[in-house]
Design a protein around this ligand. Sequence first.
Ligand SMILES: NC(=O)c1ccc[n+]([C@@H]2O[C@H](COP(=O)([O-])OP(=O)(O)OC[C@H]3O[C@@H](n4cnc5c(N)ncnc54)[C@H](O)[C@@H]3O)[C@@H](O)[C@H]2O)c1
Length: 232
Amino acid sequence: MSTYLITGGAGFIGSHLAERLLDDGHEVIVLDDLSTGSLENLETAGRNRRFKFVGGSVQDYATVSELVEPAETVFHLAATVGVMTVMKHPVATMRNNVRGTENVLEAAARSTPRKKVIVTSTSEVYGQMESVPFLEEGGLMLGPTHNIRWGYAASKLVDEFLALAYRHEFSVPTVVVRPFNTIGPRQTGEYGMVVPRFFEQALDGRRDIHPRTRGAHHPADRGQSGHPERAL
Ligand SMILES: NC(=O)c1ccc[n+]([C@@H]2O[C@H](COP(=O)([O-])OP(=O)(O)OC[C@H]3O[C@@H](n4cnc5c(N)ncnc54)[C@H](O)[C@@H]3O)[C@@H](O)[C@H]2O)c1
């Protein structure tokens, strides 16, 4: 049995991850400020005695460091997401995504032994790349800085660089993942996530949906990958 800290664990992906880790017999601590997540997402996890919820922000280093200490591995998912939030609050988006990640990595670096950190980036970092398949070793092409939406991708790119820099300089075992559109129960279209909005419009008869070659992931998938479709 291991202890996992999930930042952003009250969100769509994080709450499914929490359930999966609990099912596998582990202890799970969730740190979430409930900005886009909710306690309802944690109803199932909350019934498990190996689960603990802490309300708070990854921007608060003292809280992060206290929770990283008992964990063996940290899944860092907390971030400002959704195109509507990103466009409305570009400064808060960059601050939250970069400071939060730096705090998690710093706490992991200061603890003994150093903690493994999985940093959640996004397929959005591929930006305007058109040549598929997208490759981790390949180049990236963001749009112009006067278009605010790219601030989200840029913040996630800084997160990636930070994760790899902490590995390089302080030997923190870090892993970066770049999810593509992930779809399933508990995802909300409220903050501009595109797929739930398409489905709401289709159900209202305002949009036709046609099968395309691009695919998506379900958050409970065990590592199977779909085809690339970029997502905020
Ligand atoms: N869903 C997708 O298709 C997709 C695609 C690419 C990347 N991602 C990434 O996966 C991660 C999870 O995304 P999601 O779709 O589950 O979104 P979500 O909004 O459901 O989850 C994010 C969670 O982080 C929490 N949070 C935000 N700021 C916080 C802070 N300062 N302190 C503590 N908690 C905070 C929110 O309350 C929420 O519960 C994010 O990092 C996102 O960038 C998701």
